[in-house]
Ligand binder design. Structure first.
Ligand code: FAD
Length: 450
């Protein structure tokens, strides 16, 4: 993604440059053909209030974009208003209080760099240009989130604009029902986030990564092992595996085992990733690196270069699963056998959530997270690859407890994304705060699933 340049402006459908401005809001280079009637690039909360007033007067529905990293391009809908909050990206840090106030258009990388100077930390997303706007609404699996909690747990307040144009603050003690809804409703939130208030964490003294690579023929052994050790892996480690057609170093289909670790000393980090050296399948590995020190900024930027290049076309989908590994292996092998070209990949995240989280809309997770990301360059190949993610996850949906809104594909595969009672509560809050249905809801809902 490119950072937005200069002051924002208003674009009307049909005028020169309109299509480029609308499509430029999206990380995914696909073009469904959907266009809003108007795009407002807000520079301030007042601009957002003005845009909502226009929408109310014209009876338009509103979609919102911050960093544009919705794989499904949730903000690109036909007609109505598209409100871009990408330019509202200011960062204010109070190191003494351990609090930051951050605009929704702020990239994770920029926040991380600003916090580094104060030895402070926030669990930003794994790609540098994911913005806090959408990331925090859907929950937010950031660096260190297995230990610190999902990023939304570190949100302590939100300034937002409601459908009636009022600018309010929401927290545990003020407009607490809206605060509850904002932490987990993701692309179905019913207000415009103008600023987040974040609780910061001490910066881990050591950050690094250990990598191990296997050829695809070892897929069953690798996943059985990963499943076996999963529950015992230290919370400081984000143990993840990527199935890829061009694995690092071997340039062939394979499995990349990544173990990023955030710890308070080199010694603790080494202990936490020792399970990779001690593994019974180590001899099958094509290679294993030592633990390599690296900052979260560099890890994120490397992830973009190797796995998330810009200006390409994507399809993505995911499941949360607690199914026995033997039931999942046929699906995992089918993913590997049918994957579009590199850097397409599937992510298996050893998640094992804590037993309790604070009460918030986010309420569905499982021990393992599986997401698939198909990538291709040319529109001519859309028909070959565009349904790949949907087909692979549909084939495994009997083993799923639901999906996570980070990598959702609700327009094509409506699925359960939170507890039923939380969705009911969200529906009633939406009816209260957005009675005319001005803000676009999710592209699909669990009650539309087959
Ligand atoms: C390359 C890549 C890497 C990713 N890595 C991670 C990761 O490590 N962890 C993780 O949890 N997720 C990750 N994601 C998923 C990502 O966090 C979500 O797609 C998130 O919604 C993106 O936020 P955004 O502001 O960049 O995107 P947007 O597309 O701008 O936002 C997504 C949706 O959120 C809503 N929204 C956005 N801003 C506002 C606002 N200001 N007010 C109200 N509603 C708003 C809108 O409905 C919008 O359609 C990744 C996605 C990509 C493409």
């Amino acid at each position: 993604m490119k950072r937005p340049k200069g002051k924002g402006r208003i674009w009307r459908r049909g005028e020169q440059g309109f299509d480029k401005a609308v499509l430029g809001t999206s990380f995914n280079a696909r073009d469904s053909g959907a266009r809003p009637d108007m795009l407002v690039e807000a520079n301030s909360a007042e601009d957002a209030q003005w845009a909502l007033l226009q929408a109310r007067e014209k009876g338009w529905q509103v979609s919102i974009v911050s960093g544009g990293h919705s794989w499904a391009q949730n903000h690109l809908r036909e007609g109505g208003l598209l409100l871009s909050m990408a330019r509202i990206n200011q960062i204010e840090i109070d190191p003494q209080a351990g609090v930051a106030k951050v605009g929704p258009g702020c990239w994770g990388l920029d926040l991380d760099r600003a916090l580094k100077k104060h030895k402070l930390f926030f669990p930003i997303a794994h790609a540098p240009d994911v913005a806090l706007g959408g990331f925090l609404l859907q929950g937010g699996f950031g660096w260190g989130s297995r230990a610190l909690g999902i990023a939304a747990q570190s949100v302590i307040g939100i300034d937002l604009v409601l459908a009636d144009g009022s600018l309010i603050h929401a927290s545990e003690t003020e407009n607490s029902d809206i605060f509850w809804a904002a932490r987990g409703s993701g692309p179905g939130f019913f207000a415009v986030v103008q600023r987040y208030h974040l609780r910061l964490h001490p910066r881990p003294k050591f950050t690094g990564m250990k990598v191990q690579v296997f050829r695809q023929e070892h897929l069953d052994d690798v996943f059985r092992w990963a499943d076996d050790v999963g529950a015992s892996v230290a919370r400081s480690v984000e143990f993840q595996m990527l199935i890829t057609p061009k694995a690092m170093g071997i340039f062939k289909p394979g499995i990349e085992v990544f173990a990023p670790v955030l710890a308070n000393s080199w010694k603790k980090a080494r202990e936490a990733v020792r399970f990779i050296n001690d593994s019974p399948i180590r001899k099958l590995a094509s290679f294993t690196t030592p633990l390599i020190p690296s900052s979260t900024s560099i890890l994120s930027q490397t992830a973009n270069i190797t796995h998330f290049p810009p200006d390409v076309r994507w399809c993505a989908d995911n499941i949360w699963t607690d199914a026995p590994i033997d039931d999942l292996l046929p699906g995992l092998n089918a993913i590997a056998d049918t994957m579009p070209p590199a850097p397409s990949h599937a992510l298996w995240l050893n998640w094992h959530p804590p037993k309790e989280r604070p009460d918030m809309a986010f309420s569905l997770e499982a021990n393992r997270y599986l997401a698939v990301y198909g990538e291709w360059k040319h529109a001519a190949d859309d028909h070959k690859y565009e349904n790949w993610a949907t087909e692979r996850m549909s084939a495994m949906q009997d083993h799923a407890v639901g999906i996570q809104l980070a990598d959702e594909n609700l327009g094509k595969r409506p699925s359960r994304f939170m507890k039923d009672e939380n969705l009911m509560r969200l529906d009633s809050l939406r009816a209260k705060y957005d009675p005319s249905g001005m803000f676009r809801p999710w592209m699909g809902r669990p009650d539309q699933a087959n």
